[in-house]
Design a protein around this ligand. Structure first.
Ligand code: WT7
Length: 709
């Protein structure tokens, strides 16, 4: 056994190390049992790969030996209006004991990410290359007012016009703009237009409720809203502007003036969405996007904020995660190019199914692909509409080469069987990516063997809103050796993961041949890391830096004997449902706002399709005790939908007769609730319950399991 004192040699070795204990299996189906399944990289992929594993290992080593040199040369790919100080590429502090938590990259430099995404590409001769290809909700559907494709030159033109229109509404550098739109190219263009003039965008996913949108507008202090009239999603028309208009009014009631009013994209026609009356400070996108005059680039200091993205925490209101211009740009560009085997060749077509309302859509739709001059699909619909073959037909129609989607979509499509997949060609596909939650080996295998015909490798990519870009992922390059189904595998350049013992907080040394389990932390600053929580730096420090010297991810992980990382899920009170990060506290407060509810606690339970589902323990007020049942469950579900979002509505309500299990200090013991929710009346091994104030409550909860709604 070899003891490695520091994670670098181990992680670098893991990229290329032989794994003698692993069987090389035939990849023909039916293959060996799932637990033995660990196929080599497909030959077809290796034959055409742009990157090599040796190159990746060298880059990883360089990124740790000389972070300043490594990231300075990455930054040199872009235009800097004012050069950054090469003698001070970054400075950071991860120790609260040593002062405020901080990370600063590319000091003294001034740049603009939208300029680097668009102007720079057009100047380099990519003006006629396709940038966005819109794929609508219905097959063959076209938009009455928007083009179905944008070249890089066209995307630049529209971005400039919207930038000028925003300026005309008084939006200036540093102002916040809230975006509430469907997944159309114009959403990415709106983000780029904000970035062009130095406005800080905050995109709110179009599935959120009026109240969620209002609180984000108010929290960010947005001066303008960009919305769309509505969107067809599956068979429904969703009234986005109706929600945004009410949210705008509510934010104004809360004291946020939103002086710039609203710009609204007309997506639907009169039949689907009769033209609404607009107020004086509201205007249609197509009426204001008229001239590029006044669209000059605002040069931003590297540390100026680029965007705020709200993400759920375990307590309190959602956190506004702030990303900085220079570091995010350099990180996003590097990540897109290196994690997915450089999908930038002339015939490559990138397709990320994530919405720009999430970080995945920021980094792998709006920014990463454009920084690299890639062509991509922007999909407004859902994978199940009009049927389970939709994604594969999109792949064939547009000759998609790289597909990046979520385990929840893969599992849902898998349920419809192989036929919708095998009836399509998918010959263009080269690589498959997965993100958002752990992918179970069964889904991994189906993705590779059925969707990818065993020609395409699967990249399980782990990261977070806060990390900005992918941090742990298998090496997608020739010579990289097998990828383990269900493992995120190895750190990317600049990432130094470690595991802390949950009980002692001590770092568990990385030892080849030894397994370890613990809290996943990152040790070294990286350019695209979040800088703060909007307006609340203390919360940022408390949430992510409670262990001196480490960025705490909130996830648990296992490191196997080869040094490969397996993410085991959240260790805090966040539940990931269908790839959506839901703070249980937010939903709980929606439930307890109901007069019949005395107390509520939410936990996640394993779910075949969604990964996790929400399970609510609810104690009713004395007066309302008789109301436990399906009727009240329905009402509470509606409340969660209205207050938070449709995807935050609990699947199950467990009526807790006498209360919830609490420690003597009053903290709900969620560990116990999680077990009861998952295992029901047969639950055993509840562990140490000695700190419970009233242990009898646990027995009552187990006994009342059968009565859940
Ligand atoms: C949380 C972050 C990363 C963009 C989408 C979600 C979970 C994400 C994986 C993965 C296991 C994953 C983690 C993480 N997660 N990717 N490949 N394997 N878990 O961003 O909303 O900030 O959520 O999603 O629990 O902490 P987010």
């Amino acid at each position: 056994m070899r003891v490695t004192p520091f994670v670098l040699p181990l992680a670098a070795q893991a990229l290329v190390a032989p794994r003698p204990h692993m069987k090389r299996l035939s990849s023909q189906r039916p293959a060996a049992a799932l637990e033995d399944y660990c196929p080599p990289l497909p030959e077809a992929f290796e034959a055409q790969a742009a990157l090599t594993a040796d190159g990746a290992a060298e880059a990883y080593k360089a990124s740790l030996d000389d972070p300043s040199g490594f990231w300075a040369s990455e930054a040199d790919r872009y235009h800097w209006q004012t050069p950054f100080d090469r003698s001070n590429v970054y400075s950071a502090n991860f120790k609260r004991s040593a002062g405020p938590i901080a990370a600063r990259w590319f000091e003294d430099g001034a740049t603009n990410i939208a300029y680097n995404c668009l102007d720079r590409q057009v100047e380099a001769g990519l003006g006629d290359k396709l940038c966005f290809i819109a794929e609508r909700n219905d097959e063959g559907e076209t938009s009455p007012l928007q083009p179905e494709t944008y070249t890089y030159a066209e995307a630049l033109e529209e971005t400039k016009k919207l930038a000028a229109a925003l300026r005309a509404r008084g939006v200036k550098k540093g102002d916040r703009v809230a975006l509430f739109m469907p997944m159309v190219p114009e959403l990415a263009i709106a983000m780029l237009a904000c970035a062009r003039i130095g406005a800080v965008h905050t995109v709110v996913f179009g599935g959120f409720s009026r109240d969620s949108l209002a609180s984000r507008i108010a929290s960010a202090g947005a001066t303008c809203v960009i919305a769309a009239d509505g969107v067809r999603r599956g068979g429904k028309v969703i009234d986005l502007w109706g929600i945004a208009k009410d949210a705008l009014a509510s934010a104004r009631d809360q004291g946020t003036p939103v002086a710039g009013g609203a710009v609204i994209l007309r997506r639907l026609d009169d039949a689907a969405y009769p033209e609404p009356q607009l107020a004086a400070d509201e205007a249609w996108w197509h009426n204001v996007v008229t001239s590029t005059d006044g669209s000059d680039v605002e040069w931003m200091a590297a540390e100026d904020p680029l965007f705020i993205l709200y993400t759920s925490g375990s307590t309190g209101a959602p956190k506004g995660i702030v990303h900085a211009t220079g570091g995010y740009m350099v990180g996003a560009g590097h990540s897109f190019r290196t994690v997915f085997d450089a999908p930038v060749r002339a015939d490559d077509v990138w397709f990320c199914t994530a919405d720009c309302g999430w970080i995945t859509g920021h980094t792998y739709v709006a920014y990463g692909p454009l920084l690299n001059g890639a062509t991509q699909i922007v999909f407004e619909g859902v994978p199940s509409w009009p049927d389970a073959g939709r994604l594969w037909r999109i792949v064939d129609q547009h000759k998609v080469t790289h597909l990046y989607t979520a385990p929840t979509a893969i599992r849902a499509l898998m349920r419809s069987g192989d036929d919708p997949v095998t009836s399509t060609s998918r010959a263009s596909l080269k690589l498959l990516g997965s993100v958002g939650e752990p992918i179970n080996p069964e889904a991994w295998r189906w993705y590779r063997e059925v969707v990818g015909d065993d020609r395409c490798p699967v990249a399980d990519t782990w990261w977070q809103t806060e990390t900005g870009v992918i941090q742990i992922a298998p090496t997608m390059a020739s010579g990289a050796g097998p990828h383990k189904p269900g493992a995120a595998m190895t750190p990317v350049a600049g990432c130094v993961p470690a595991l802390l013992d949950a009980a002692t907080g001590a770092e568990i040394p990385a030892v080849i041949g030894e397994e370890a389990k613990g809290l996943l932390v990152l040790k070294q600053p990286w350019p695209s890391m979040a800088r703060t929580c909007w307006g609340d730096h203390e919360r940022f420090e408390n949430t992510y830096f409670s262990y001196d010297g480490y960025y705490l991810t909130g996830d648990g992980a296992r490191r196997d004997a080869d040094g490969h990382y397996w993410i085991t899920g959240r260790v805090d009170d966040v539940v990931v449902v269908s790839g959506h990060n839901i703070g249980t506290a937010e939903v709980e407060s929606a439930l307890v706002a109901h007069p019949a509810v005395a107390e509520a606690a939410l936990v996640g339970v394993p779910h075949d399709v969604k990964g996790s589902a929400l399970y609510a323990f609810v104690t009713l007020t004395q007066d309302a005790e008789g109301q436990a049942g399906d009727e009240l469950a329905k009402e509470l579900k509606l409340r969660a939908r209205a207050d938070v979002a449709a995807f935050a509505s609990p699947d199950t309500f467990h009526w807790a007769p006498t209360g919830l299990p609490k420690t003597r200090s009053g903290k709900i013991m969620r560990r116990i609730l999680r077990k009861i929710a998952a295992e029901g009346a047969d639950v055993s091994g509840l562990g140490d319950t000695s700190t419970l104030a009233d242990p009898g409550i646990v027995d009552e909860l187990i006994a009342s399991h059968a009565g859940a709604s």
